[in-house]
Each structure stands twice: as structure tokens, then as C-alpha cells.
Design a protein around this ligand. Sequence first.
Ligand SMILES: [Zn+2]
Length: 390
Amino acid sequence: MRSLSVLVSCIALAVASTLPSVPEQLPLSAYQHAYPGFDLDLNARRLVQMEGKAPVWMTELEKIIAKAEGVQFFDITDTQDLGFNAHLRHQSTFPSLNATDQVKSVLKTLSTKGPEENLKKLSSFRTRYYRSDTGRESQQWLFSKIAEITDTSASESLRRIITCTEFRHSWAQNSIILRINGSSAADEVVVIGAHLDSTNMWPFLPAPGADDDGSGSVTILEAYRALITSDFRPERTVEFHWYSAEEGGLLGSQAVAKDYESRSVNVIAMSQYDMTAWVKQGTREEVGIITDFTDHSLTKFNKQLVEMYLDIPATETRCGYACSDHASWMKANYPSVFTIESKFENSNKNIHSSDDRIDISEEFSFSHMLEFSKLAVAFAIELGGWTKSK
Ligand SMILES: [Zn+2]
């Protein structure tokens, strides 16, 4: 973790070298207007929280450079009070697996077809940056795709307990919240999440974001499609979240978590999917279970799901402070886990670049992604419960 003073002193160097498209002789205010289709003020003041330090104010540009240098953080400008009620939530325990037949019957219906088509489309936008026009368009496309899948896959009576809403932010790209209302314990909520935005190291450059996190986004969408096709009616409420602005410092998920906390929503478990497609050449295909900054007993439960329902083994790994949206929920003390494509060190190195594409390498695998859809299905059924309608 680098100190802010070091970061700030790196700016000139970074702007000149790491971020090649910035002409160093121009003042920042001059060139940012040269990027039509973006609503990004590089001089805006942001409050940023890094591991083990008091939050610091910095400009948007300084924040972008910190991220480019590998520093992980929350941008807490609009969510300073997230976690104000964290002390009210106590340690949860999770059941042993008891819905094996129901889970397995849904797993049979999973397919790589939808994920391939959806990811082709999702990664075709120039960028899904949360403050870009194409970021907004990609989110609207995803929202309409979710509606289409609901219309074509859920029965009419199931559709009556499903709602899909856009969660608005102070930037144009919304988060998406899909809710399947619980039959007997609707106030207990199980959340499955991914982030719909993407970024390049320098946000104005192309960012197909196929793996980060197009993969997680279509992974959980396929799990949702399979569940509703099987007429899944949970006892608890099960929600699928697609967050905006993860790449801006977990902005979307913090806003959603803050809203849930302020309404005292009882989220009993949250599971994040961020990067599910990459199998590094020469490595064993496995599922990375993140063990730092996650809930210990939910992580144990999640690992049991992998062992019971997936065709590849789990491996424990770490990803550091504020590395994806589960961290926003953990901040409010909602039990959260994070599952990733491999051990962290074997994960896709093309992310945050124009090379984060489906067709960059054989290492990008839709069959690998499908294992994560299995996990999401199992998580939804084992924790959500299932009321049989017949
Ligand atoms: Zn990312």
C-alpha cells in the first residue's frame, strides 16, 4: 500500500507514461472536454478510504492514478455513514445442505449458450464506464435483457412475485436490482451480485470488460434464467444485483448497501461474482474462494456448495482490501463472500485494458464460467429455500 504523498508525487510521471493518451503539456481541464460521451470531472474532490488509514480527500484524477497503480479503496464521498448500524448485526450461522435434488434438477438446465450471446453483446460496447454514454447504454441493454428473460422464462404466476428495478445514482449508469419475493420469510434476503461497469486504466480508453466483470454479470444472469425456468419459488427473498461503478471505488454497491442498511433490510447472505472466465494456461481449473475481508462461516458454507455441486475443486485465495462489491456489504456487517475464477495470482491479467476480450485467448472459457452459474443456483436454493407450488 503506497502513501498518498507518494501517489501524488507520482502523478506527473504517471500522466506522462502510464496513461499515454494524456498530453502532458495541456492543463487537465483543457483535454477532458476533448472526450465527448463522458461526464467525468477530473478535478472533482473525492473522499477515499484505503486500508488502515483515515479517509483522504483527493481529486478524481488522483483517484484514477491510485487505482492504476494497484491501490484498492472505497470512494466514500457519498456513503460516509455506511456501517453506522453494523454493530446491530451479529454472527450468522448457515444450514447444512439439504436441497440436493432441487439444486441438481436446476443445474441440468444450465447452458453456455445464453452467457456466450450475452457476453458478446455486453463486451461490444466501447466501454461500460459508469460515467460514459456507452456505460449507460450497456446498462439499459442489460436491464432490457433481464426483462426479456423474465418474460420468456418465467410462468405468469411466477412473474407476479418478480420485480426488476433500476437503482439510481448521481451518475447516469444505474445499478439493477432483481427481486424474487419470498413466500414465507420475505423479509430475509439472499443477494447474488456482480458489477456491470467496466473501465480501462485510463477511463476514456476502450474497456470491453469481458472478464471484469462481464463474466460475473452473465454468470448470475444464467443462474437466474435457469432458476425461473424451473419455477423457483423461494421461501426467503432472493435478489440478483448488478452494480454500477464498482470500478470507481465500489460506488454502486456502497449506495445500495447503504440504502438497505438505512431501511433495516435483513440481508442474511451476499455472494459476489467478479471474474469467472479465466483458466490460466498450465494451471489446474479451480474455483477461487476469497478468505480475506469475507464472512468466515458463509465462506465455509460457500465452499461446501462448491464441493457438493461443482465439477472442479475449490482453492482458497486472497484479494485484499475493498477488492469487489462484497466489501460494501461487509462494511455494514452483512455476511458476504466472494468467489473468483482461480487463485488470485492466476487470474486474468488483461483486465482494465482493451484486451479484456472474449477472443483474446483460449484461456477465456465459457465452460469454466458455467461452474460459477452452478454455484449461484446452489446458493440461491440452499439459502433461499424452495416452496413447491404444486
Ligand atoms: Zn475491475
